[in-house]
Design a protein around this ligand. Sequence first.
Ligand SMILES: *[C@@H]1O[C@H](CO)[C@@H](O)[C@H](O)[C@H]1NC(C)=O
Ligand SMILES: *[C@@H]1O[C@H](CO)[C@@H](O)[C@H](O)[C@H]1NC(C)=O
Ligand SMILES: *[C@@H]1O[C@H](CO)[C@@H](O)[C@H](O)[C@H]1NC(C)=O
Ligand SMILES: *[C@@H]1O[C@H](CO)[C@@H](O)[C@H](O)[C@H]1NC(C)=O
Ligand SMILES: *[C@@H]1O[C@H](CO)[C@@H](O)[C@H](O)[C@H]1NC(C)=O
Ligand SMILES: *[C@@H]1O[C@H](CO)[C@@H](O)[C@H](O)[C@H]1NC(C)=O
Length: 833
Amino acid sequence: MFHSNTSCVTWILCVFCVPLAVCASFFPKDSFFIDCGGSKELKLDDGRVFESDSGNQHVGLSPDSHIVVSETRMGNSNDSTLCSSARVFKETSTYTINTKQIGRHWLRLHFHPVQNPHYHLKSAVFSVAANGITLLHWFSSSSNLGTKSCLFKEYVIQVDGSSSEKLVLTFSPLNGSIAFINGIEVISTPDGQFPSSAVPFPLRAAVEIPTHVAFETAYRINMGGPLLTSKDDPQWRIWETDQSFLVNVASAKNVTVDPASIKYLDGVSREIAPNLVYSTAQEMANANVINQRFNISWAFEVEPMFTYFIRMHFCDIVSITTGTLFFNVYVNNQSALDSFDISSKTMELSAAYFVDFIANTSASLNRILVQVGPSNLRNFPPNAILNGLEIMKMSNPSDSLVKNLRPDYIDSRIPKRKNWILLAITSSVSLAVLVLIFAVLYLYLHHPKKPRHETAHLGNSDSKVSVGSFASSTAHSLSLGRVLAFSEIREATKNFDQRLVLGVGGFGKVYKGVLENGVVVAVKRANPQSQQGCTEFRTEIEMLSKLRHRHLVSLIGYCEEFDEMILVYEFMAGGPLRKHLYGSDLPQLTWKQRLQVCIGAAKGLHYLHTGAAESIIHRDVKTTNILLDENLTAKVADFGLSKLGPTLDQTHVSTAVKGSFGYLDPEYYRRQQLTEKSDVYSFGVVMMEVLCARPAVNPALPREQINIAEWAMDLQKRGQLEKIIDPHLVGSVNLDSLRKFGETAEKCLAEHGADRPTMGDVLWNLEYALQLQEASMQMVSNENSANYIPDIPEWVNQIEPAEGDAADAISYKDSDTTTSSGVFSQLMDPKGR
Ligand SMILES: *[C@@H]1O[C@H](CO)[C@@H](O)[C@H](O)[C@H]1NC(C)=O
Ligand SMILES: *[C@@H]1O[C@H](CO)[C@@H](O)[C@H](O)[C@H]1NC(C)=O
Ligand SMILES: *[C@@H]1O[C@H](CO)[C@@H](O)[C@H](O)[C@H]1NC(C)=O
Ligand SMILES: *[C@@H]1O[C@H](CO)[C@@H](O)[C@H](O)[C@H]1NC(C)=O
Ligand SMILES: *[C@@H]1O[C@H](CO)[C@@H](O)[C@H](O)[C@H]1NC(C)=O
Ligand SMILES: *[C@@H]1O[C@H](CO)[C@@H](O)[C@H](O)[C@H]1NC(C)=O
């Protein structure tokens, strides 16, 4: 009774909360809307209320010698806009805005040269700085206005302790000229609006974005959609249309869905971009050809010699199911995202997602080219989309957002007034300071960066999204297999420090290392005596150079100097899956996590079999070759035994039998004919291992239990599979989900390859099992546990890890392969199976 009362209260609360949460726009801690020189409150229809700057308790103005001018032009009596009055300064003056919060703030400036009898504002030339950042220098509104009557500039400025938690805005008129301003907005940005680091071009490890860096909005575009005004955006931002930036308008087709269908998942808040941005996109237009291959390109004029922050917004509003839209993204003709699958990040359609990059513009390059085009994967309809794009200029090492800071300009003039001398002195001092800052920055940039995974945890969830997405995208693009110098690798591993050894395998030792650019890697160094290693080494480079997928471990580079054979992979912090199942004291994976790991590995294998230009058979699928990253995302590793699959006119590949004992497809072993279905069999063994948390082969067990495939199949066929599941899972596994899983594993372990499902089918079934589990987890509160496995299974023998498992638990590539000859002699023994 008590319980139902509580839930009733919760329910009522929710009813009241939900509409609030849905309608609520963003409530910034700081929001100052200042109508400079205005006389009364100005309410705009987007909800903003601009207050006059005189007598405003939050705003300080100094010195007092400023003048207010108002529009006096006849016929324009409309004073309900910001542009009707301005404050004019004849000498350097400051606005001081006392913010409540430290951190980044939007700073928006409105300029309109108001016509008035006293001052000719159109000829005003002045500079504007905010908290030490030069925003405008010798700026003339008339040369920037063009045909518009009101000029609008948007910046992002850091407010912190060093600026005494104030935003100080300085207006400096030039040389007898005047300065003016019509409106100022200062709004704190939501947490996570700006990341602490982003991936640069050409792709390298993420670079940090120091908090003092200021931004100026260059472009904010709503692809395929209408102009969005301050009314449409919770942060009162403006999103332009993209038509005028399209290089070839005919290459793109706009798509629109109901904005209400857009979902925001963890890590992407509504403030990042409104659903009106995500609900429209440009996709590839239909060129009426069989295999259309072209890019949609947008070109944006930018200022050379600056660094730009680029945020791309994606939302799959064009696909019918997940996992069918793969596309490439390029920035300035260089790959930014390769075979990008939005749904692999969001796990569902119509979910908002964004990725951040940083691009330099060189002296000769005054544009940023953004392109999206189809991926090179077979079997997927060619398409590519982009929903939104933001390009922001970043302040340079001299804390400026403008280039022509010619200090010589001042020096060459004989100062006429005292404050000019002062200014000249200040500028030479600041020049010295700038040189110093630059030197410090130089040192900083050339200093080895902290390992990526450490910085990745610093930010809040939003910045983690961008950092995380970087992690996979860089790794992908680097997976082309860069040649690394031996010296570089020696340095990365501290001269192959024994304390950095992650594991030992037949091939040699695996070390943890940190490359010069800060990327944490796993370095596999071949044992020089290993002849077998040499072929495996080649195969691995060859295979991995062709493959890029979120669920395949990426090859970052390799080295062949001085008879060394070294492979460098992305580091997988979680280590092998086996370690998470048994033989270590890592926390137990839940059933849902186990399903997700299986789904990840199945996706990797499915991609191997069908995604690349030629089908590839892994040949060594096992729990030690499925590695987990720090987020428990599974990736398939170790392609040393992989083979290209049968071509269209072949049914199989004839080859010597290789693989690992306990995982080997019996048909392949008998007939020495290899097909993709051999991997399916091995995957079936992995599934059983995941379910029962015991080794594939454990000679210490009673005879009928030694081989997991045989034993689990036996129980599955009798409908008693739940009796042998990992005791840790008891009570939390939904029975239907378990049955689906068991049936799928059973099919994988079918005697004949032809009877086994494809990896695509396995994937589908696993996803279904996950859905069943998730659905039951949602219902668990108001249902009795009838659908759960009621008690401890009969079989609760504590399993001792089989021999070699202790090593496996830390090994990157396990030692099974080394013992393959032993393995096969055991297999030959009729008693073996
Ligand atoms: C004044 O400006 C507002 C907003 O731009 C506009 O909606 C209104 O019609 C204008 N009124 C007059 C009298 O021009
Ligand atoms: C600066 O002052 C000189 C002399 O008074 C004048 O000729 C020049 O036009 C001024 N420059 C600007 C940009 O106003
Ligand atoms: C941009 O160029 C500068 C100077 O060449 C360099 O130090 C910096 O690392 C570059 N930044 C990016 C993001 O490439
Ligand atoms: C979308 O495309 C149609 C047809 O080309 C065009 O008429 C419409 O204006 C476009 N909409 C937007 C928002 O660009
Ligand atoms: C990209 O390539 C095109 C064609 O090769 C070239 O015209 C353009 O200048 C390149 N753009 C950039 C940003 O490198
Ligand atoms: C798309 O653009 C990139 C970079 O400019 C280029 O390498 C690629 O070949 C283009 N793709 C197609 C299909 O034209």
